[in-house]
Design a protein around this ligand. Structure first.
Ligand SMILES: CC(C)(COP(=O)(O)OP(=O)(O)OC[C@H]1O[C@@H](n2cnc3c(N)ncnc32)[C@H](O)[C@@H]1OP(=O)(O)O)[C@@H](O)C(=O)NCCC(=O)NCCS
Length: 291
């Protein structure tokens, strides 16, 4: 059945608080959403991605976000007002938002909602690995990493862009600037002896969420991945009472963190229409709507 009264158009800046209120009304959140007038990432997405709303008259019934970075398109959000769900709006929003991005690597994090999973699969995205949201207050009984140390870097170091593109698979200067400036990100260079083996951001101020967020983080060699996460978490917990991060199911740090007191707060499913430009065993995503 077609819904001729439904229109889909770009969101306006003044509508961002309404989009956040709609997000909070759905109950799909693997990680607790930030309260407040406007979600932490929506203003950044408004300027750096594409946000579309589905409206009937003046009423916003749903929205979708797509962040295009290099040859990738990441679906950042897909929400339909609970009162209007299961009437075809999510399907239309998703089709509309993805249409210009055929030929790119399209990927997303899906909630456990079977309607979301089904809509993504029907757009050609396959479920890959779970992404676990973790929170921890300290690493209970963990030995200090004997192999790696973290050195503070300067956020404007141009090497950060290269490391992040190499490990995260996309060049995204605006996102890095957002994390460093709006979320008080601290850049760490992870070193073994004199060699830099990876990088990490520890974000100290995510609006509405207590504690520090670790990510993005990447290393060149999966053998360094668990130590890298542990060292970055050590820095985060020196500066905040708790830390959070999101790990791929294949990440080597997962077992160690759960043995040492990490708490799983939720999980999402990583879905893609082909091989991803990063390796979940060596890359820790941002844990927010940008991946
Ligand atoms: C997920 C969501 C965005 C989907 O939007 P929607 O408007 O409710 O979904 P639609 O009506 O467009 O489409 C749902 C489709 O899923 C199908 N579906 C429903 N239950 C299903 C199931 N158990 N298995 C397979 N398919 C299923 C429906 O048949 C429908 O397809 P059809 O219209 O071709 O028959 C919306 O329900 C929502 O906001 N949910 C809560 C928030 C959420 O989880 N968002 C996803 C974040 S990644």
């Amino acid at each position: 059945m077609t819904d001729d009264a439904l229109s889909i158009r770009r969101a306006a800046a003044a509508e961002l608080p309404a989009l956040w209120a709609l997000t909070l009304r759905t109950d799909a959140h693997a990680a607790p959403p930030a309260p407040g007038a406007c979600g932490p990432d929506l203003a950044h997405l408004y300027t750096s991605a594409e946000l579309f709303v589905a409206c009937r008259g003046a009423q916003i019934l749903g929205f979708v976000g797509v962040a295009r970075r290099d040859r990738t398109a990441f679906i950042t959000d897909l929400f339909v007002d609970p009162a209007a769900q299961s009437s075809g709006i999510g399907k239309r929003l998703l089709r509309h938002a993805l249409a210009p991005h055929h030929g790119t690597r399209r990927f997303t994090l899906s909630s456990a909602d079977p309607r979301a999973l089904a809509l993504y699969v029907r757009q050609g995205l396959q479920p890959l690995t779970p992404q676990l949201h973790l929170r921890l207050g300290r690493l209970r009984g963990a030995q200090a990493s004997p192999r790696l140390v973290a050195l503070l870097g300067r956020g404007d170091d141009p090497a950060l862009l290269d490391w992040d593109a190499r490990c995260g698979g996309r060049s995204r200067p605006a996102d890095l600037r957002y994390w460093l400036e709006a979320e008080r990100g601290v850049l760490l260079w992870l070193r073994r002896g004199a060699s830099v083996v990876g990088y990490a951001l520890v974000r100290l101020q995510r609006p509405g969420q207590p504690g520090a967020t670790v990510g993005p983080l990447g290393v060149l060699d999966a053998a360094d991945a668990a130590d890298a996460v542990q060292v970055a978490l050590g820095v985060a917990l020196e500066r905040a009472a708790e830390a959070r991060l999101m790990l791929d199911g294949a990440h080597p740090a997962l077992q160690r963190l759960l043995e040492h007191g990490a708490h799983i707060t939720g999980h999402d499913m990583l879905m893609s229409d082909g091989p991803l430009p990063f390796d979940g065993a060596r890359y820790v995503a941002s844990g927010d709507s940008l991946f």
